[in-house]
Design a protein around this ligand. Structure first.
Ligand code: C2E
Ligand code: CA
Ligand code: CA
Ligand code: CA
Length: 279
């Protein structure tokens, strides 16, 4: 019995078993959540650094699971593996477009932009462009006020196919952003071939602005490069007045981060629009 105990297989380890069961439960729950549409969207303002006003919002998914809100990092990777991510992304886009239509009615004086995230794996999925078009038409949202954020990743696959899809999305009238810029792979070699409008500077670079000069130069280089490519730069993860001031001095025009507001529910986002609550 002693030797058996030592040689026991790892799957019989009670800890491992619990973990495996938990992730199975998560996967099953996620499948049901996708069927029922148990997701809500939180909105984080994107602010003009020049005018300190809200130019739009990024819609970020939250999963309402058993009364608690689950953050995307805890289920997006699973949804990507199981292929359910496209259903989530389209639900989020739909919800965000409906919200934008509502804001357009309440605040016709400020045309906002709504951004949502598109898992890069979907760019090769047949039907994607048609689905986006259906959502735009179905909600009646002005396409020029809709933006999709795509994360740069190593698995972008066939470049020509990717570029073709991006052009088809652009042809719908929407704009495109490269998300988390600077964290992916070898993008500099083909960046100029992608029909992008926005570069989002990853927050890891912005958080370095406090302590080191290297980060400042890096961020400045990205801002200049964006401008040379005819793109606008959005700084992510702006958490302090110093961040905002430095970015403004470096010529960055748009910012997003906790300094202005964390992602909040639709009602609170609407309150941000009508109130004078921004810093
Ligand atoms: P992301 O697209 O880069 O979104 C920004 C993330 O940074 C959000 O986390 C936001 O809450 C967080 N953030 C914003 N400002 C600050 C700040 O000042 N400091 C810090 N430390 N963090 C800040 P969240 O909402 O947890 O989303 C995480 C990631 O999950 C997103 O990163 C995005 O890649 C993914 N994601 C979210 N919603 C969706 C979705 O609907 N579809 C897909 N495919 N991915 C999504
Ligand atoms: Ca994003
Ligand atoms: Ca990002
Ligand atoms: Ca990110």
């Amino acid at each position: 019995a002693k030797s058996l105990g030592k040689a026991r297989c790892e799957f019989c380890d009670p800890g491992m078993q619990t973990q495996a069961l938990q992730s199975l439960a998560l996967e099953t729950d996620l499948r049901h959540a996708v069927e029922r549409g148990d997701f809500i969207v939180h909105f984080q303002p994107i602010v003009s650094l020049g005018e300190d006003c809200i130019t739009g919002f990024e819609g970020l998914v939250r999963w309402q699971r058993n009364g608690a809100l689950v953050a995307p990092d805890d289920f997006i990777p699973i949804a990507e593996d199981t292929g359910q991510i496209h259903l989530i992304d389209m639900q989020v886009l739909y919800t965000a477009c409906c919200q934008l239509v509502q804001w357009g009615i309440d605040h016709p004086e400020m045309p906002l932009t709504i951004s949502t995230n598109l898992s890069a794996r979907q760019l090769t999925r047949p039907g994607l462009v048609d689905e986006v078009q259906t959502i735009l038409a179905g909600t009646g949202v002005p396409a020029s006020q809709v933006r999709l954020e795509i994360t740069e990743t190593a698995t972008l696959g066939n470049l020509d196919e990717l570029i073709e899809t991006l052009h088809q999305l652009k042809a719908l009238g929407i704009s495109l952003a490269m998300d988390d810029f600077g964290t992916g792979y070898s993008s500099l070699s083909y960046l100029h071939r992608l029909p992008l409008d926005i570069l989002k500077i990853d927050r890891s670079f912005v958080s370095g602005l406090d302590h080191d000069e290297y980060s400042q130069r890096l961020v400045q280089t990205v801002i200049h490069m964006a401008r040379n490519l005819g793109l606008e730069a959005v700084a992510e993860g702006v958490e302090s007045h110093t961040h905002a001031a430095t970015l403004r001095a470096l010529g960055c025009t748009l910012a997003q981060g906790y300094y202005y507001s964390p992602p909040v529910d639709a009602a609170s986002a609407t309150a941000l629009l009508s109130g004078d609550v921004l810093v």
